[in-house]
Every structure is written in C-alpha cells, then in structure tokens.
Ligand binder design. Structure first.
Ligand code: C2E
Ligand code: MG
Ligand code: MG
Length: 632
C-alpha cells in the first residue's frame, strides 16, 4: 500500500467521535506501522545476505563444473581415440562432424582428409579401397531410398581395401538424416568364418566336399535336371580298407586315402562332382549329357586307376574298390532315395565278391532286406548256440586210415533250418562277424579234438578277416590252451584270398603259427588266379586240391594230367597233397596210383557231427585197390 493511502487510513482510524483527530492514537498507529516495516527490512537484509552467500557458492560450483567438463572432454577424447573401432559422425548434409584416429587408419585416410566438414563422397574418393558386395541395407533403411536417409535405421556396409582388409561399417541413420557409424576390421573374423564354413562342407584329409556338401550338390543337380536328362550317382567303397589301417597304422591309411582321392579326382575330371562320404567311402555325381552310358566307362577307369599299387614309404599296397550306381530319374528323383539306392547297389557289389560295380535294380532292395534279416539272425546265433561243427575225415592213402578231420561249421536256425556255410560265411566275413564265429570254431574244434586219439588231427578253416581284425595267433593259442590240445594236432586251412588280401600282413602271422608247430594248408588250390605264385610265398605244409579238379579225372585225360602235375608239384615243394571232393572208389584208386597223400570226400564220409567221430574212426579201411584201375 502506498504511504499516503496508509497514512490516510491511519488518520481515519485516529478520528474521534466528535470529528477531531486523536494525536496520541495517530502516533501509536504510525509507530506500529513503522515497527512492522522495520522487521520486514531486517528480513530483506537477511535475504540479501543469503543471496550473496549462495551467489558465491554458485560461482564456486560453476568453476568446479567447468573443470569437470574439461576433464570429461579430455576423457572422451582419450576413449574416442583409443577405441579399437573407428567412429564417425556425419550431419544431415553428410559432412563429417566427428571422427576418431582409428577411423582414418582403417580407411587409409590422412589427418587432413578427416577434418570436420569433409563430405562422405570426398572421403570415399580418398580412401584406399571400394565398397564390397557384403553391404546390406538395415531393417528399416533402404540403400537407395531417400526415405531411408530421413528415417532412422541401421545399415551395414562393407569395404574391400586395396591391401586385402575387409572393413565393416554399422551405420545408424538418425531421424534428422545425420548418421553415427562404427567401423571394424573384420578380415580375421571373415577368414575364420570362411574356414569354418569350408570345414563344415569339406573333408579336411582330402580337401574333397563332405557328405553334407555332396547332398547339397545332388539336391541342386536334381532340382536343375531337365526332363530328359539323367544324373548318375556312384557310391564307391574301398575293399577291406580296414585291414590297411590295422596293419600299417592310421596315418599310413590317411596317406593312402589321400592318394585314392587324388586318383579318383583325376579319373572323374572336373566335370564330375566328387566327395568323400566317410572313412573309405567316396561318391561321384555325374550330370549332363554324359549319362548314363559314360558312367560305366568312368567306373572302369576308376577301377583301373585304383588297381595300380599304392606307395607308403617303401611299402607297396594293393587296393580294390566296389561301386554302386544309381541313375536319376529311374532310380529315384530325390537325393535321399538316389543315395540310398546307390548304397544298396554297392552292398550288392560287395556281396558279389567286391572289386566290381553294380547298377541299382528294383529287386536289390528286397534282397537287401533278406540279407539284413540274415545278418540280424547271424548276430544272435553265437549267443543262442545255434552253431555246430561237423567233421569230415581226411584219409591217408598210404596208411589207409583216417588221419584227421576237417571242422565244417553248420548253422541250425530254428526257422530257416540248416543254413549251409556258403550262405552265411561270405556275409559273416563282410560284416565282420566271422571274427567271433571263427574264434568259436577254434575253441569248439580244439575241445572236440582233444577227445580223439592222439594221432588224429583237426583242420580248421580261417578267413582273411581273422588275420586282419583279430589277433589270430593269440586266439589260436587261447583255444589250444583252453582245450589242452597240442599245437601239433592243429591244422589251419587258408584260401588264396587270405594271401591276396594282404600278403605282408598275413605272412608273419603264418610264420609265427608255424613256429609253434601248427600246420598250415592251402585250401581250394587251383580255384584262384594265382595259386601257383602264392605257393612260393610260404612253406605250406599241405595243399588241398579243389574238388573241381577231381570230377573228371577218371574219364578225362586232360583232367587226369592236370591232377598228376599238381601232385608232382606238391611233392617237389615238399608239401603234402590232399585231394578234396573224392566221391567214388575209382577216383580214390586213381589218386592212390598217383601217390596222392590224402583224400577227402563223400566216398570216405560226408561231414558228420562230432558224436559220430568214434564210429568213423572204427570203420574198416576204404580200399580202391580192388577196382579196375586206369593207367597209373
Ligand atoms: P572247404 O573248406 O573247401 O570245405 C570242403 C567243402 O566241400 C565242404 O563244404 C564239404 O562239405 C564239401 N565236400 C566235401 N567232400 C565233398 C564231396 O565229395 N563232394 C562235394 N560236392 N562236396 C564235398 P561245406 O561244409 O558246405 O563248406 C563249404 C565251405 O565253407 C568250406 O569249403 C569252407 O571254405 C567254408 N567253411 C566251412 N566251415 C567253415 C568255418 O568254420 N570257417 C570258415 N572260415 N569257413 C568255413
Ligand atoms: Mg577247408
Ligand atoms: Mg576246400
């Protein structure tokens, strides 16, 4: 309130009833008002002092803040320039406003190049590299759309530098069109990623595509196949490669696999796709016009290439290969089916004696299922004690008495009935079961033989796989020891195929067995390709001439002459000669004249169960002498 108005108010309050002014009252009112104002003044004075003090404190804070800001600025610069990543900020006009040292280094730009104000276009011109193909627009930013510049989003760009480095930029585009980007050297990461991708699709040993990659290639070949085009798939598997690994060690096996891959690659040429599917399994995809007439030529070429010896150090190795071939569309139009059918054809090639190729045929599948069922039964057969040994006499012609028995396995299946060895031994060999079966045969034969008279021997057939996949020497030793049978009473029969598999591996085992007094016979002599050459490789105790040579010896001069020559050969080599498959007295008589040492055949006896052995031993001698003898 203004002073006059206040005084006027005070005067009116001091007017008495008669209209005069009470001076005393007026003075009191004025003094009271003065007092109120005096306390206000004090208050103002105090506030001013507070204000002064706070102002002072504020100044102090301001300088502390400014110092802190300077510190933050320095810290920011230190961090910025020591970042392992490059950083750049461009304004809405695409001019550089901020960057760190790493940014210039990554793009090979000088300090002068990266001064604020430089445009993106300038910098791209000056940098030592160019944008690569790995650039991608961000989720919301199209690379060439102007909207993208305005709307915010992240965009990845990649730069291929002249020195081979790859720089990746992650550019965040802000709403006003400015952008902040971080840049990284991803050369090493990219190399590692490429290596991982390569390893995921290739076999490190041979450098060939692996199964995954091969499937992708078959997928795309089938997808691109024209209506009248055929595509062939060859599935290759090395025969008995496991024995090379077992004998020479895995690293030698690896070297040979590399050589195999190189030879298959050379045969297949660049127009065919080659892959390694597994340890000793390879595959070739043949597309285009070459199909299908050329696939046979290719298979033959591969077989020829692989039949040449392989070298490891100074050692020569012989290899063979089996192949299954499936041709699309006839044998399947999907990768899985085509691969499966080539595999089925391969199994048939193996079952038919290996070293060959087989084209898939519809009925193969049904046959495979039968084989699988047989294999399953065979696996259970040992445990279920379904095997039995029969014994066929070995008859000494000069002594005219049985001198031993050959153990021949029989499989008594509850449903299949009696399965002949020819129907399950090849399968057992192929799937490796022959090792367990062979061990059982050895034990059983020794156990039975120990019950026989001391001078009666037992002969046991041994398969190639027993040499390569088990320790035959110790298996034999254990069987003899368990039965307490003298090694001198045991003969082992091996066929030429055992020696063909791997002479280098088999010979030391044969020598070790022979040193222990065990006799070694060459079985089925004359049925193989090079029985003669193998005769000189090992001092066999006995050769068993295959029954196919006996059939015509009585009536056919040539057959007789061959038999005569083989018996002489055996004599000359100091090996005992046994003729198998003697079915008639005439044959016996003729062989007696030929001074053959031993015969075996239905004429003496068919193979009989062990319980019949005492009876067989008690029979009178078989005599061919009473016969009318042909010329001796
Ligand atoms: P192998 O070792 O050559 O045995 C002789 C085969 O000829 C036997 O056939 C026998 O029954 C048959 N045989 C004997 N005398 C005559 C005859 O006068 N005429 C005719 N036509 N055949 C005769 P089996 O028992 O069927 O055995 C066949 C093959 O199976 C054997 O040939 C042998 O290679 C193999 N085998 C048999 N048992 C075993 C075994 O325990 N282990 C192995 N690894 N193979 C075995
Ligand atoms: Mg035999
Ligand atoms: Mg034989």
């Amino acid at each position: 309130m203004k002073a006059e108005a206040l005084f006027w108010q005070q005067c009116s309050q001091a007017v008495t009833a008669d209209g005069s002014v009470d001076a005393q009252r007026l003075m009191e009112l004025v003094i009271a008002t003065y007092r109120v104002h005096e306390s206000d003044y004090d208050e103002i004075e105090r506030s001013a002092e507070t204000l002064l003090r706070e102002n002072h404190a504020l100044r102090g804070n301001m300088s502390a803040l400014s110092q802190a800001f300077d510190g933050q600025q320095r810290l920011f610069e230190i961090i910025l320039n020591n970042l392992p990543l490059g950083l750049s900020v461009f304004d809405a006009d695409q001019r550089l406003t901020l960057s760190n040292i790493r940014f210039g280094q990554l793009f090979g730009l000088t300090q002068a190049d990266v001064t604020p104000g430089a445009t993106i276009a300038d910098l791209i011109d000056k940098m030592r590299g160019a944008e690569g193909t790995g650039s991608k627009p961000g989720r919301r930013a199209g690379r060439h759309s102007s909207a993208a510049v305005k709307s915010s989003g992240i965009r990845r760009r990649e730069w291929l530098m002249d020195d081979g480095r790859i720089i990746q930029s992650m550019v965040t585009i802000l709403a006003d069109g400015s952008n902040i980007a971080i840049h990284a050297d991803i050369t090493e990461d990219r190399k590692a990623a490429e290596r991982i991708a390569y390893l995921a699709h290739h076999d490190p040993l041979t450098g060939l595509p692996n199964r995954i990659h091969f499937r992708e290639q078959v997928d795309s070949a089938l997808a691109e196949r024209k209506r009248d085009e055929q595509i062939a798939l060859i599935h290759l598997n090395l025969d008995r490669f496991k024995s090379i690994n077992n004998m020479m060690g895995v690293s030698a096996g690896d070297t040979i696999l590399q050589q195999v891959a190189a030879r298959i690659r050379a045969s297949a040429g660049s127009e065919n796709t080659l892959a390694r599917l597994g340890s000793d399994e390879f595959a070739i995809l043949q597309t285009g016009r070459q199909q299908p007439w050329n696939v046979t030529a290719l298979a033959e070429q591969i077989r020829r290439e692989l039949s040449e010896p392989f070298l490891h150090g100074e050692k020569h190795m012989e290899l063979s290969v089996s192949m299954g071939i499936a041709v699309a569309p006839g044998d399947g139009e999907e990768t899985d089916i085509l691969l499966k059918n080539a595999g089925v054809a391969l199994s048939h090639a193996k079952a038919d004696g290996r070293k060959r190729e087989r084209f898939f045929a519809g009925e193969m599948e049904a046959q495979m299922q039968l084989r699988h069922a047989l294999e399953a039964d065979l696996r259970a057969a040992i445990e279920k004690e379904e095997f039995e040994l029969h014994y066929q006499p070995l008859y000494d012609l000069s002594q005219r008495r049985i001198c031993g028995f050959e153990a021949l396995i029989r499989w008594n299946h509850p449903i299949r009935g009696r399965v002949a060895p020819i129907d399950f031994i090849p399968l057992a060999e192929e799937v490796g079961l022959i090792v367990d079966i062979g061990r059982w045969v050895l034990h059983q034969a020794c156990n039975d033989a120990v019950e026989w008279p001391e001078d009666i021997k037992v002969a046991v057939n041994v398969s190639a796989m027993q040499f390569s996949s088990s320790d035959l020497t110790s298996d034999v030793g254990e069987a003899l020891a368990a039965a307490s049978l003298s090694p001198l009473r045991l003969e082992l029969e091996i066929t030429e195929s055992v020696l063909m598999e791997n002479l280098g591996e088999v010979l030391p085992i044969l020598h070790a067995l022979k040193e222990r007094g065990i006799r070694i016979s060459m079985d089925d002599f004359g049925t193989g390709y090079s029985s003669l050459s193998y005769l000189s490789s090992f001092p066999f105790d006995k050769i068993k001439i295959d029954k196919s040579f006996v059939n015509d010896i009585v009536d056919n001069k040539e057959a007789h002459a061959i038999m005569h020559a083989i018996i002489l050969l055996g004599d000359a080599l100091g090996m005992r000669v046994t003729v198998e498959g003697v079915e008639t007295a005439e044959q016996l008589a003729l062989l007696e004249c030929e001074e053959c040492d031993e015969i075996q055949g239905y004429h003496i006896s068919r193979p009989r169960p062990a319980c019949d052995v005492p009876h067989l031993l008690s029979l009178p001698p078989k005599n061919g002498g009473v016969m009318h003898l042909p010329r001796c």
